[in-house]
Design a protein around this ligand. Structure first.
Ligand SMILES: C[S@@+](CC[C@H](N)C(=O)[O-])C[C@H]1O[C@@H](n2cnc3c(N)ncnc32)[C@H](O)[C@@H]1O
Length: 239
């Protein structure tokens, strides 16, 4: 068999194995093989798992809103992009809160196509992008990027590539929410979490690529079953 076809078949069956294991609640195969996957595999797995996992709505609304209020004091009109928008719940709340003058446009990116198809947003300022490529290959021409509970699904190399793209873009502010543990350490990896950094290492990478922290908020949330340690980072451009 042709080598190229053989490799493709191997990866396709790996993606199928990852999807079926994840549906059964086992994400180990996903984490262990993440680096072998290309963007099409990830789109296929994330879209495929959609009907089998619960709500993916994790952002801390009050925290994100407070950070946007700070940014609006410095830049009175904003174009926003969101990476990992899922069904648009954050966009829906923010757009109902901020006037057309404060927020001009809001673009939600995601690799989960069914989630985008089930958008809950009905606002002419909102558009979605069903991603067909890695985020770092898109041209980003907005003022602020929001991404909650999404960067932990990427690896360090992808975060660095994303920061190169961000640094070359017009983006001035970044709002990221991520699950680091109570000491700001890497939380050990669960579900489809890939990123193996602690919060200090994360902030250092942000600085290397031209953004510094202007605030950090502990947004830890508690459900009946579990405490989710998480942090919201507000970053601004330094160069
Ligand atoms: C845990 S959900 C968080 C959804 C929402 N941001 C929130 O906080 O409620 C993660 C989202 O990121 C998306 N995602 C995961 N990896 C991604 C990647 N490499 N590029 C873009 N989106 C990704 C998933 O499809 C999913 O919609």
């Amino acid at each position: 068999m042709n080598k190229e076809i053989e490799t493709k078949l191997r990866i396709d069956s790996l993606a199928m194995h990852i999807l079926l294991s994840a549906i059964e609640g086992n994400f180990d195969v996903w984490r262990e093989n993440y680096d072998l996957l290309d963007i099409n595999d990830l789109i296929w797995i994330n879209s495929g798992i959609h009907n089998f996992v619960g709500s993916q709505q994790h952002f801390n609304y009050e925290g994100v809103k407070d950070l946007i209020d700070i940014v609006l004091n410095r830049v009175p009109e904003l174009d926003i992009i969101e990476l990992g928008c899922w069904k648009g719940h954050l966009a829906k709340r923010l757009l109902s809160e901020f006037t057309n003058k404060e927020v001009n446009t809001y673009v939600g990116y995601d690799i989960n196509y069914p989630a985008i198809d089930q958008s809950v947003v009905n606002d002419s300022r909102y558009i979605t992008i069903k991603m067909t490529d890695w985020f770092y290959n898109y041209e980003l021409d907005s003022d602020i990027l929001i991404s909650c509970h999404t960067l932990e699904h990427m690896n360090e190399a992808q975060i660095k590539k994303m920061m190169i793209t961000i640094n070359e873009s017009s983006l001035k502010y970044l709002i990221f929410e991520l699950p680091f543990n109570y000491k700001g350490l890497w939380n050990g990896g669960n579900n489809s979490h890939i990123l193996k950094l602690n919060s200090e290492e994360f902030v250092k990478i942000m600085e290397e690529y031209g953004f510094k922290l202007f605030t950090i908020i502990d947004t830890t949330r508690e459900t009946r079953e579990k405490i989710y340690n998480q942090w919201l980072f507000g970053l601004e451009r330094i160069r």
